[in-house]
Design a protein around this ligand. Structure first.
Ligand code: HEC
Ligand code: HEC
Length: 300
């Protein structure tokens, strides 16, 4: 309960809560039996209201009701001591809803561990053949991955297709697992301050020629020189990419961002920084293993 913007709000809440209970207590005590005005002869007075012969008496509060009221106040105060309730005071039990959630996740994971163990014992190629494992993998995929890579794993602009054999970071089971565990951060530098716009235009034509797309022959050959001087460190001398830095293969017809001259120019001017989030905090090793097999299986 330390989510207040500043300590002032915490005091504000605390004062209102405590004052509210004190007020209830005062109200209760001020209405006790001995405070109720009786008639001189000791009988209970009435309020002066009468409907069809029914007289409203000014009886003291019944004691069962008084006690219930009192007990609920005691319960409330006890709750305050144990749980967060008064401003930012954390409560003596140290309860937080986040902690409770984490504990139940941990409990569920521990209970499911034996169930997943048989899958952990299989290597990825064999796991990919197991129909039940595939089904679990698919559900996990739809839950955790589909929003970026598409429900059919077909990807989208900036989000790689996972069902083909073209890999930024490698398609072996170990590569895929490392991608899932640690995430990946693509780093294609921006060249707008490094290369002139003419050079960028030339090299864009050369990049298009690498995958057989139409390009201007003069610009293409000038671009080849620019490419050799600036790009082969990551994309390789033949433009086939490098899985160590996630540089895409530029010679296939598969594009992460797009192969039109305009899109390539945009990539070169501003760079690209695709980010695959790390999942080791989100998913258990068992689930990552199943997902690895599922993703690997898609391209087999
Ligand atoms: C927030 C969006 C997002 C989510 C969620 C996400 N990914 Fe990714 N993923 C990316 C992006 C973006 C890349 C490309 C990174 C780059 O450009 O370097 C990527 C790359 C990958 C790669 C590497 C592909 C290659 O060609 O080497 C794999 C494998 C992968 N993701 C699998 C998964 C799986 C499995 C999940 C679910 C557990 C998942 N991703 C969830 C955005 C996401
Ligand atoms: C430091 C390494 C590095 C250098 C140098 C580099 N690139 Fe890249 N390039 C990458 C990475 C990594 C990506 C993928 C970015 C991502 O995943 O978001 C990429 C992406 C691209 C793409 C997008 C491909 C697609 O499928 O949409 C093109 C085009 C490209 N680079 C061309 C070039 C050219 C031309 C040069 C030289 C002028 C160059 N790159 C220099 C690392 C590099």
């Amino acid at each position: 309960m330390s989510d207040f913007f500043n300590i002032g709000w915490s005091y504000f809440i605390a004062v209102i809560s405590i004052a509210g209970v004190i007020f209830c207590l005062w109200l209760l005590l001020s209405q006790r039996k001995n405070k109720v005005a009786l008639n001189p002869d000791g009988s209970v007075s009435d309020t002066g209201h009468e409907w069809d012969g029914l007289r409203e008496l000014n009886n003291p509060l019944p004691s069962w009701w008084m006690w219930m009221f009192l007990l609920s106040i005691i319960f409330g105060v006890g709750y305050w001591i144990l749980y967060p309730g008064i401003g930012s005071y954390a409560g003596s039990l140290g309860y937080t809803s986040a902690k409770e959630h984490n504990e139940s996740v941990l409990k569920a994971n521990t209970e499911l561990k034996p169930f997943y163990e048989k899958y952990m014992a299989l290597d990825v190629p064999n796991l990919a053949k197991d129909p039940q494992a595939k089904q679990i993998g698919q559900r996990l995929y739809l839950n955790y991955c589909a929003q970026c890579h598409g429900s059919d794993a077909g990807g989208g602009k900036g989000f790689p297709t996972l069902s083909d054999k073209d890999w930024l970071y490698g398609g072996e089971p170990d590569h895929i697992k490392t991608t899932l565990i640690n995430g990946r951060q693509g780093n294609m530098p921006a060249f707008k301050t490094i290369l002139s716009s003419t050079d960028i235009n030339h090299v864009a034509n050369y990049v298009r020629s690498l995958s057989g797309l139409p390009s201007n022959p003069i610009k293409r050959s000038l671009g080849e020189v620019v490419f050799k001087n600036n790009c082969i460190g990551c994309h390789g001398a033949e433009g086939k990419g490098n899985i160590l830095v996630g540089a895409p293969n530029l010679t296939d017809k598969i594009w992460l961002y797009g192969g039109s001259e305009a899109t390539i120019t945009e990539t070169l001017l501003n760079g690209r920084n695709g980010k695959m989030p790390a999942h080791q905090e989100i998913l258990t090793p068992e689930k990552i293993h199943l997902l690895t097999a599922f993703v690997w299986g898609l391209s087999q």
